[in-house]
Every structure is written in C-alpha cells, then in structure tokens.
Design a protein around this ligand. Sequence first.
Ligand code: NIG
Ligand code: FE
Length: 377
Amino acid sequence: MDGDRVESSVVCEDGVITSFSGAPLGATRIDARGCAVLPGLIDAHTHLVFGGDRVGEFRARSAGATYEDIAKEGGGIWKTVLATREASEMELFALAMPRLKQMIARGVTTVEGKGGYGLALEDERKILRVYRQLQHETGVDIVTTFLALHALPRGRTKDAYVEESLTWLETLHKEGLVDGVDVFVETTAFSLDDAKRTGEVAHRLGLPLRLHVDQLTEGKGAALAAELGAASADHLENMREEDASTLAEAGVVATLLPWASLFVSRGKKPPVARLREAGVKMAIATDFNPGSAPVLDMHATMALAVGYFGMSVEEVLRGVTTHAADALKIPAGVIKLGARADLVVLDHEDPTRLCYEVGNSPVRMTVKSGAVIFKRG
Ligand code: NIG
Ligand code: FE
C-alpha cells in the first residue's frame, strides 16, 4: 500500500512489526512468496449483534414496499429491537460469532460494532458486552459504538427518551463498554438537535462521534457532522453537494455503505465525484445489519463500491484500511514498523483480486497481532 515499495519479509514480535528483513532464530515462518500482503481489513460500520431476522421485509421490499413504510408500520428497526430484547447475552453471542468468523475469513481484523437494537439500558448493555466478548474470543479488535438514538421506542416521548439515553451513555461508558457514539439523524428518527445534545455528552466523555446522516432524506447531516467535529459521517446518499468541502475542512471521513444504498436508497448514491474533488477521505463498510444491508462480505462490498459508486480500486483499498482506521480514530490499517501485525495474505500478487472475482475469496490467511486467526484449509 505504500507506493511501489516491495518488502521481502514482515517480521512480527509480540504482535508488532519489528523489521522488514531477516527473522529471529526459531521464528515461525510463513511463506508468502507470490502473495500480496496487505494490512488487515477494517469494517468501519456494522450492526453485527442482533436477534431475529427481517427476511419477510426483504421480500416485501422486493415487491414494492419502502424501508420507511415498513418502519412506520412497526417493522424495521423496531422488529429487530423486540427480537434482540428477547435474546439472552449468550444467544446473541452465538448468533454473532459465525458472522464475525465470515468476516475474518475475508481478511477483516478490525470491526466497528454498534448497539441500537436494545433501546433500553440493560439491552444496550447486553449488546455492547457481546462485542467485548467477541473481541476476547477471537482477538479481532471490535470498536463499539453506543447508538440508543437509532429509533424511538414505542410509547416513549422523544425528549424524555433522548435525555434518558444520555444517562445510559454515561453509565455504559463508565463500565468500559463504549468506544464511540452514533445517532441516526433522519426525519423518521432523530433531529439535528438531538444529535447535538448527544454530541456534547460524547465530547465531554472524549468519545468520537460517527453519525448516520443524509441517508434517506437531505437533512443537513453532513454539515452537522462537520460542525460537531465527528470522526465520520456515514451513508450520505442525500447530502448537499456543497457540504463536501465542509467535510474536507473539518477532516470528517465519509463512510460509504454501498449495500444500504443499493437496497434502500432507490438509486440515490453518495456524491463520490464531489467528495473526491473536495479531498474528503472515503471509507467503505458493509453496514451489516438485518434490514438495509444483510451482507457480511467485505469483498463484495468493495466490488460494489467500484461498480456502483464508481470508486477506483485504489480508493476502495484505502477505504477498508487507512481511511477506515481514520474513521474509527485508531492506529491501524498500515504496514509499518511499530504497527500491530494485522495482515491479510492473498493468493495473488495483485490486491485488486480482493474485489475482482466476487465469491471466490483470494484470502489465504488472516493474521491478527501476529497470530494466524484464519487459514484456508
Ligand atoms: O445503517 N439507518 C439506520 N440504521 C441502519 C439500518 C438498521 C436496520 O434497518 O435495522 C443502516 O442502514
Ligand atoms: Fe448503519
């Protein structure tokens, strides 16, 4: 990823890259001749932990129903909330683990994971604890995001709910469960003001903001993300094109989610050409969730970013490595001395293969902090 530099070997000790030549005596050797070795992939926006499914809605949408109509009729996010509340922590863990293993098999070594399907303190806690457990069991870094403002629970008034959610944020942060904060800013969800109030608390706690904005309707969300100094503005299908320079100036990463665009945005896409021209860093993520993007496959997501969004392969590779790391505000996504040895080894020399022959994964091996966590049998 670093220009045309070709390294002969990557030496890892105690999980960290210590040299690009030679190797200590007795070191475990992995022969990667003829293989591209890339930074482990980073999926910077997922809703990995949830109960139930929304397969019926998928069918209904295929027959003309809209995502918003389904939500208004009590389906959508609320349906997943009920199923998630119903599930125990162990059940949610058992559902999420095979999903995460699919990601790992595709070279993913860091995943952002959101709450937002509990909408009550104990249920949001349950989801965030599952993420911590998944990290513990697999070694993959899971960057958690508090998202109580994902949907208004039935029977609640908005202001009281927003106020209460902020007390949960403080509590769960104290419990060490929160790495970042998100709000779904949308006419059918929460307002710019709700996001500002949340942003103030996040700021006071030193937590980065990553906001769902301008997804289904144009709502000045990109400008808000810039104003609040968010780490990322996610979705952006309906952003005002003039906000691209505002995002660039504020250093906000645009996290683009091709599957959600394809499945629920009815032909609307983020203004990639405008973002590129303004110099906005673009990350690409699966947005894996049971509603708008039921897709775990990072390679297919990258291919869609190329074919549907019109991004170059180079942009997409940065979008799942360095720029994704910037979106999460973590030191990852690069192969350099002193960096953690998070690597993906491909069958081919050309990393384009990651998003070329979709369905035929070129990933031979996934290495996390120097340990092999996936090896193709
Ligand atoms: O990223 N837009 C809000 N949140 C998710 C969808 C969640 C769901 O439908 O369950 C998204 O598209
Ligand atoms: Fe999302």
